[in-house]
Design a binder for this molecule. Structure first.
Ligand code: PA5
Length: 458
């Protein structure tokens, strides 16, 4: 079983009082049956591909795993770098895992574990140009990832990097582009077939933000030299845990805490890992939470404008930034801390200034002790200010525990969607902005919107 521990003492009403705290024993037992019912219902609904619940099965039943492992194992040793072209759910999962599990400065190493991975998840002209200036096209692979195969940001970057490869290596570019997309829908699939690219499938029943354990995430993660089987084994442990009753189930507890806090006016859900390697976990969480749970209407079509607002923070860095607001600003947040009990390295703080009395309390201790002392201190201080927070402790940061944590948050999000009775898996709110962009870029069929924008002076 995964080595995680959920510490909920800083959300308890004994600690925070009735207004801001939660009577965990009473609430856990009051909601137990309902949560069990949600899990059973999600498992039942997942047989319908349109329900978009395919993410549940990815840990145990992953259609692309063997093909991805074979591709990674047979890769020509000349390749040193991988560019990942994708946005939102087609980028953040792999970014999170690769950043957490490769050497923290892998991209500065000539040799090391797996390829150096570069994520292009924006259309910043300087970044696109800059990356093409520093990488060697002879030894670089490009993985274009778009489930829909139509996303403007990803497809424009594809056009740029395809040209970059073609100019440098000629026809060999076909062997250096890998496309990850829907088995049928969108333009990327037929285009990849025509070009003869290696392709991997995003199952139609898996939405972007829930796709980290599909080929979307697994291919870059494998090419980064990370053990996919351990990652999936950890995620499968979360699938096993979700079946347990709430008393033994940190996932259900965490989902319910989020819900009860939200209903009591904690409209902002902060994720604050105390690990630089987990910094993108917060961005991944923000996207998963925001795009899944922020909805205008509920499942009956009534206007509800539902959604708790996720906020990314990083410990200890944000102790010198957002923590001031967390402690003294509006009491409208719930903070989830993530901490790592055992870091890969035990890094000592040397006694390099023996004469300086003010630094003597640090000398001969470890950074390990310091970072976790800072986390405990901040959690306690936030509670002392009457604000709810709880802590997820990972025994160590490895593929198994990270796989567990990703599936943990996917279940938590799914349960929050059930509790708030919205459609977790659609994203109608991002469409209008896309259409205005098409209109501004002169895409055929968007002339009316173009006119509207011109009238608005845009
Ligand atoms: O979660 C989602 O569905 C989105 O964030 C998508 O992942 C994002 O819009 C990219 O979509 P696509 O993979 O179709 O290019």
């Amino acid at each position: 079983m995964p080595m995680i521990r959920l510490d909920t003492k800083n959300i308890a009403s004994e600690r925070l009082g009735k207004e801001h705290g939660i009577d965990t024993a009473r609430e856990f037992s009051a909601w137990a049956k309902k949560l069990d019912g949600f899990v059973a219902d999600l498992r039942k609904r997942k047989t319908d591909p349109k329900a978009m619940l395919g993410w549940i099965d990815l840990p145990e039943n992953n259609g692309e795993l063997a093909a991805i492992e074979t591709y990674a194992a047979q890769l020509d040793e000349k390749f040193t770098d991988l560019i990942v072209l994708g946005i939102g759910g087609s980028s953040l999962g792999a970014l999170t895992v690769v950043t957490a599990l490769q050497h923290p400065y892998r991209n500065l190493q000539a040799q090391g574990q797996g390829l150096r991975v570069h994520f292009v998840d924006n259309v910043d002209p300087d970044v696109i140009k800059g990356l093409s200036e520093v990488l060697n096209p002879q030894t670089t692979l490009v993985n274009v990832i778009s489930k829909s195969g139509t996303t403007a940001e990803t497809m424009s970057a594809y056009l740029a990097f395809k040209q970059w490869l073609q100019d440098a290596v000629g026809e060999a570019y076909k062997k250096q582009i890998i496309a990850t997309t829907d088995p049928e829908a969108g333009i990327l699939r037929p285009l990849a077939r025509r070009e003869g690219y290696t392709t991997f499938e995003v199952p139609p029943s898996v939405g972007g933000r829930f796709s980290v354990l599909s080929a979307v995430g697994l291919l870059p993660i494998a090419l980064a030299g990370i053990d996919l089987r351990e990652l999936l084994r950890g995620a499968a442990a979360a699938n096993a845990m979700i079946e347990k009753p709430i008393a033994e189930n940190p996932i259900k507890q965490s989902a319910l805490i989020q819900y009860l806090a939200y209903r009591r006016g904690k409209a902002i859900s902060v994720l604050m890992p105390y690990s630089t390697r987990l910094r993108y976990l917060s961005n991944w969480y923000v996207q998963l939470w925001a795009e899944s749970l922020g909805k205008a209407v509920n499942r009956d079509g009534s206007l509800v404008n539902e959604g708790s607002t996720p906020l990314a923070a990083l410990g200890a860095t944000d102790q010198h930034s957002q923590v001031q607001l967390f402690n003294e600003g509006p009491n409208n947040k719930i903070v989830t801390f993530v901490r790592v009990a055992n870091f890969d390295n035990e890094t000592l703080i040397p006694d390099a200034e023996p004469g300086v009395a003010q630094l003597s309390y640090l000398a001969k201790q470890s950074f390990n002790r310091l970072i976790n002392a800072e986390q405990s201190a901040t959690a306690h201080a936030i509670a002392a200010h009457g604000r709810p927070n709880y802590t997820i402790e990972l025994k160590r940061l490895d593929a198994y525990n990270l796989g567990f944590l990703l599936q943990f948050f996917e279940w938590q999000t799914a349960l929050m969607g059930e509790l708030t009775y919205i459609d977790t898996y659609n994203q109608p709110g991002v469409e209008l902005g896309k259409k205005y962009t098409y209109a501004l870029m002169g895409r055929e069929g968007y002339e009316d919107l173009r006119k509207e924008l011109e009238e608005a002076g845009i």
